[in-house]
Ligand binder design. Structure first.
Ligand code: 13P
Length: 257
């Protein structure tokens, strides 16, 4: 049985003080049924880099894990504007999102460097959340599978074999991100199923069956239950609805299939 994973991607939102306040409210809410939630699900928040130290303090002693929104693959050096694995680990970061569609499309990160980031995260003993997803144009052209399978293949191509199971995949159709237009559970399951098959083929059935595949794109308290009812949807990567403690806490409480 795969544990569900609910991940908050704050994107470029919240100051350290605002982040602290949100985490305090989230902890208070989730503490009400902490034991039940801990049985079958994990939770993490991924603040902007500058809010990570405050978030680390605010999360001390909690079951909620700390994530980052990106990371560079080189350990140090002349890479202006980038952040290394060691810097993130210093604050107790344990998950790192790589290849988010905003990184790919706005900041022009490509499959190859996303793959290097994913490998570097795993080598540093953290868990990469590798994002894949097609644009509306790609979907309309019938290229969805080709695009997400290519992103998966190249994204994992440099992954250390011994860490094969230590990756989380996030399917985030670009047309569903921040638009209020969620993929239907059926649309998402079709892609998740194909991703699972590709993982099975590449890594063997046991490893493929252990890897969590999250859905992201306009996930809300209202649609999370139907999404989570699908067999290959193992959690959610949440943007907008993670910026309020009560809506994210409700998402975390999604009915488990
Ligand atoms: P929204 O939940 O705001 O659509 O964002 C999804 C996302 O990109 C999470 O990484």
């Amino acid at each position: 049985m795969r544990r569900k994973l609910f991940a908050a991607n704050w994107k470029m939102n919240l100051t350290p003080a605002e982040g602290r306040t949100l985490i305090a409210a989230l902890r208070a809410d989730l503490d009400r049924d902490a034991a039940a939630l801990a049985r079958d699900r994990d939770v993490l928040v991924a603040p902007p880099f500058l809010a990570i130290p405050a978030a680390a303090q605010a999360l001390a002693g909690s079951a909620v894990a700390l994530g980052a929104q990106n990371m560079y693959f080189e350990p140090k050096g002349a890479f202006t504007g980038e952040v290394s694995a060691e810097m993130l680990r210093f604050f107790g970061v344990s998950y790192v999102i790589v290849g988010h569609s905003e990184r790919r499309h706005i900041f022009k990160e490509d499959d190859e460097t996303v793959g290097r980031r994913a490998a570097a995260v795993a080598t540093a003993r953290m868990t990469p959340i590798l994002c894949v997803g097609e644009t509306a144009t790609e979907r309309d052209a019938g290229r969805t599978l080709e695009v997400v399978l290519r992103q998966l293949e190249i994204g994992l191509s440099q992954f250390p074999a011994r860490d094969a199971a230590n990756v989380v995949i996030a399917y985030e159709p670009v047309w569903a991100i921040g638009t209020g237009r969620t993929a239907t559970p059926e649309q998402a399951q079709t892609i998740h199923g194909a991703l699972r098959e590709a993982l099975n083929e590449r890594l063997g059935h046991d490893t493929g069956a252990a890897i969590r595949i999250l859905y992201g794109g306009s996930v809300t308290a209202d649609n999370v239950d139907t999404l989570m009812a699908k067999p290959d949807i193992d959690g959610a990567l949440v943007g907008g609805a993670s910026l309020k403690a009560d809506s994210f806490a409700r998402i975390v409480r999604a009915k488990s299939a």
